[in-house]
Design a protein around this ligand. Structure first.
Ligand SMILES: [Zn+2]
Length: 330
């Protein structure tokens, strides 16, 4: 069987080619296997061509797919970058706002310091050295003139300035707290000093019937020294302590009649004479403006009045400088 087939492959086929009626006939003979070989060759050629073509198509597809992916990625990156740029812009604006706020806080602290200086001067304390006050730098970069977008250097500068600003503000605030605490102590001390210093009139009347110093005595009509001031009023007008203190004497004598002595400090006392009635007892602690008695005409007196005396270190002095204010409820 095998030999038969191989023999068949060797069989030659004759071909005649006639171009036209007058031309010579071209004959040629070819064995069968050449056709088989040619067919196989053609098939292979077609197969490889198709394969190559398919390959080309796949490559193009992949290329297009890759390009598509790339452009999508690109778009994503562009979006991300623009988002980041927006975020950076927001942050920069926040930073500028913060720096402006720092300037506002600086200005407020400067105002506080000024206020504190005023408070100190009110209490009689020494005002702070003004050279330590804050100099306000102008805020808002880019106001007027040319305008350009900020650079990293600009922002770095701003951040650097803000850092030192906030560090300074922290130090200034700490200083201010310490200084305010001192001022508060000064105020408390000043309030205490004010409370224990006679400053108010002892009665509501402002009618001085006799001043401090040399005068003609109303009883003897001879020159004499008057060691207080007489303020005339009505019977039972309230008489008030002119400062915080301790009642050290409540009594009667032929000159002062019913009289009270209040000690305010170790060196300062006030005396109230010719009272009709007492409202306090010896040893009482009294507040400035508190009623201590009622106006009368007891002792060496010609009419309803209070004799008000101020005694400093045992010596009677002119009370006028101490009559500065009215009682609060007046
Ligand atoms: Zn008098």
């Amino acid at each position: 069987m095998k030999k038969m087939r191989l023999k068949w492959l060797g069989t030659r086929l004759t071909f005649m080619v006639i171009a036209d009626a007058n031309s010579k006939v071209v004959r040629f003979r070819l064995p069968v296997w050449t056709f088989l070989a040619a067919g196989l060759g053609l098939s292979l050629l077609i197969y490889f061509t198709m394969s190559f073509y398919n390959g080309q198509i796949r490559t193009t597809d992949q290329k297009e797919k890759l390009e598509g992916e790339l452009s999508t990625q690109n778009l994503k990156y562009t979006l991300t970058v623009s988002e980041k740029n927006e975020t950076i812009e927001h942050l920069q604006n926040d930073l500028i706002r913060l720096s402006q706020q720092a300037d506002e806080v600086k200005a407020k602290i400067a105002e506080l310091k000024k206020l504190e200086d005023e408070m100190k001067s009110l209490t009689g304390g020494v005002a702070m050295d003004s050279s330590s006050s804050v100099v306000i730098a102008s805020a808002a970069p880019g106001v007027g003139g040319e305008s350009r977008s900020v650079t990293n250097a600009d922002m770095d500068g701003l951040v650097h300035n803000m850092e030192s600003d906030f560090a300074n503000l922290g130090a200034e605030m700490t200083g201010l707290f310490g200084s305010l605490t001192q001022t508060k102590q000064l105020v408390v001390e000043a309030q205490h000093q004010l409370a224990i210093t006679p400053t108010i009139w002892p009665v509501s009347s402002r009618l001085i019937s006799s001043g401090f110093g040399t005068r003609v005595d109303p009883f003897t009509f001879l020159p004499s020294f008057h060691n207080g001031i007489d303020i005339a009023g009505k019977l039972n007008d309230p008489v008030w302590a002119t400062a915080d203190g301790k009642v050290v004497s409540v009594g009667w004598d032929s000159t002062g009649g019913n009289n009270i002595i209040i000690e305010h400090t170790s060196e300062l006392r006030t005396r109230y004479m010719h009272l009709n009635k007492f409202s306090v007892s010896k040893g009482d602690i009294v507040k400035k403006g508190q009623q201590i008695g009622l106006m009368g005409s007891t002792g060496r007196s010609t009419g309803y009045h209070v004799h008000y005396g101020v005694i400093k270190n045992g010596v009677t002095i002119d009370p006028r400088p101490y009559l500065k204010a009215s009682r609060k409820e007046d």
